[in-house]
Design a protein around this ligand. Sequence first.
Ligand SMILES: [Mn+2]
Length: 279
Amino acid sequence: MQESPRLLSPKIQFRTLILSDLHLGTKDAKARELLDVLRGVRCEKLILNGDIIDLWSLQRKNHWGPAHTAVVRRLLKMAEKDATRVVYLRGNHDDFIRRLIPISLDRIELAEEHIHEAADGRRYLCIHGDAFDTVMAKMRWLAVLGDISYQVLLDINRFYNRWRAWRGKEYFSLSQAIKGKVKSAVSFISRFEEHIQTLASRRGCEGVMCGHIHKAEDRMMGSVRYLNSGDWVESLTAIVEEMDGSIRVVERAELMRLITAQRLAYEAQKAELESPVLV
Ligand SMILES: [Mn+2]
């Protein structure tokens, strides 16, 4: 007797999907783009790592549209129909939930932070990341400085000092001053990395997952793996955990390719199973 083939799912499957910074309620939220992804994915656990509904922005100007409602409805449906465990972590744009947390509503939990245990036993601390803001501000400053070459700096310095001389002021080394700034910014970065490492070890975690800075990342900070899920305003990225526990950052384009391929395979199998048996 012929063994019946394993039935394909019309959706791609992840153990965990981690999203952050959807900023629903703002003009720039890519709700439709997100909806395409959410409709094609099934996951056991969904971590919403802050700034999901942008209450700050809604209070100033209401840009809530039907697509935003559809995203919320889809998220609730995942919890209800797919039995997905949803963990909603507080961000700084939706810190109104701070007064409620921690609370568990059926399959939806609201919390400040969450420890995710992957299938391979590795533990990850999930937290929005606005707590690191003062450190991050210095990092942005460093990125700007990094774009200015030393030669340009020297040129600016020369003009600046010509102007100072004309004003009758003494020489001032702008490049020296900026180099000092860079040095302190570098120490701020290592302080941020230290912060992440301390936090991870305090929670017994091998990794930390954040959002907030709207930039997807996956890199080691000492022995700690730092991941950032990016956002759904510009970068359209997510973190996914496969069934075997492997974790990676993915872009929407890749997710859509996987979703389309899965759907086609599913349709093909369905058509084959429904066609009359030919002898
Ligand atoms: Mn944020």
